[in-house]
Design a protein around this ligand. Structure first.
Ligand SMILES: C[S@@+](CC[C@H](N)C(=O)[O-])C[C@H]1O[C@@H](n2cnc3c(N)ncnc32)[C@H](O)[C@@H]1O
Length: 387
């Protein structure tokens, strides 16, 4: 059953054009169920569904060969955490295939992975390139231990799994690699600069990046000949768990608005429904890339949704009431920044540019710490709003 299911999944990914011919063999050979614990949670239509090998071995196995992500750890392993946040998982096979395709490995390449998780991606790399050519860094010791066991069970125990922060230049540093792949996301403003020093000039970095506003994407960066910068386009949408040290803990609303809403806020109206931004992963990405220090929360109330916008410096906030079918929406803005106007300007610029897709955006990271998002070419930084 597992062998047939494995082959069927690989065939499907190949037929959909997400699995390169060069990866077909590894996908057919590495058994994904060996990377799942006895209990995991399969991500089905946005809900995490428990799969228990003892209770229902067939569904447990079937879930391993569906094109779904599997949560393997909650709340950093804190069992008293009440399953709030998933903190380690086996990525969705489509995403794994797409990113490995972006990586463009060649025989003989050495690869560093950041975010081992259960180890399936590392196993695919090891199958293709040889276990001694793959180093994988995992921040969570228990996750790393489980990954080592899974890799050994799959006959790929030669992969070196290092415990540590994959953004740290000193971790797993054993010479530069040809390819670096991250399977946990970093904020656009915090893509680890250490990766430039860990990758050979001309090498490729494939990494999911996210904005605080929402809407993540895969960046594919090539390291410059002098090693001082890495630059390239985004290849498509992605939603990966954030690197542990980059999780954002938003301050309570009281920190922005100590009294009753709307406080001293200025009132106006807008013709742009915030749902038009929030409902599009790409629009969120375009706005979030322009305004990296702005985030939102949605507060549904009866028929209406109040959108709250905040800056991370805790100086300004705005609300917009989205009413279904409304043509004009009430706005309140408070603080030195007019956050809704900035968001509206960023959205307008994206709209006027013809709503460019991920592939038109790119990113340049330099060893001096600059991370610049650009549109169409590196000489056109994406900064439609300045404040
Ligand atoms: C989505 S999982 C990885 C998926 C996995 N590579 C696979 O084969 O499907 C992300 C992993 O990144 C790890 N992680 C988070 N922050 C990290 C960091 N700073 N350095 C290394 N690993 C990190 C998490 O603990 C988690 O196990």
């Amino acid at each position: 059953m597992a062998l047939v299911a494995r082959s069927a999944l690989a065939d499907r990914l190949a037929a959909e054009g997400v699995l390169d011919a060069g990866w077909r063999g590894a996908f057919g050979a590495v058994a994904r169920h060996l990377f799942l614990p006895a209990v995991y949670w399969e991500f089905v239509d946005g809900a995490a569904v428990r799969r228990d090998r003892d209770a229902d071995p067939q569904e447990w196995l079937a879930g391993a060969y569906r094109d779904t992500a599997a949560v393997t750890q909650w709340d950093d392993g804190n069992e008293a955490g009440g399953h709030q946040d998933f903190t380690s998982s086996l990525s969705m096979p489509t995403m794994v295939a797409r990113m490995l395709g972006d990586l463009a490995v060649e025989d003989g390449h050495r690869v560093r992975e950041v975010g081992t998780g259960p180890g399936f991606n590392a196993a695919l790399l090891a199958h293709r390139l040889g276990a001694d050519r793959v180093v994988s860094v995992e921040i969570d010791e228990a996750v790393a231990r489980a990954a080592r066991g899974n890799l050994a069970a799959a006959g790929l125990g030669g992969v070196e799994v290092v415990v540590g922060d994959g953004a740290d230049a000193a971790i797993g540093a054993d010479g530069r690699v040809d390819r670096l792949i991250a399977t946990c996301s970093s904020l656009l403003t915090d893509v680890p600069v250490a990766w430039l020093g860990q990758t050979l000039p001309g090498g490729v970095i494939v990494a999911p990046v996210a904005t605080l506003f929402g809407g993540g994407a895969i960046a594919r960066l090539r390291v410059a000949g002098d090693g001082r910068a890495a630059s390239g386009r985004f290849t498509g949408a992605a939603d990966f768990m954030r690197m542990r040290q980059q999780r954002y803990q938003a301050p309570p609303v009281d920190a922005y608005l100590p009294g009753e809403w709307p406080g001293d806020a200025e009132a106006s109206v807008t013709g742009l429904d915030p749902e038009d931004i929030g409902g599009s992963w790409l629009a969120q990405f375009a706005v979030g890339a322009a305004l990296p220090d702005v985030y939102y929360r949605r507060a549904p109330y009866e028929e209406m949704v109040t959108w709250w916008f905040f800056d991370t410096a805790v100086t300004s906030w705005a609300t917009v009431d989205s009413v279904p079918g409304g043509g004009e929406f009430d706005v309140r803005q408070s603080g030195p920044r007019r956050l809704w106007e900035e968001i509206h300007a960023a959205w307008n610029a994206w709209d006027k540019a013809g709503r460019p897709g991920y592939e038109q955006f790119g990113l340049t990271v330099t060893t001096t710490g600059a991370r610049t998002v650009w549109l169409d070419d590196p000489d056109h930084p994406w900064n439609p709003t300045t404040h």
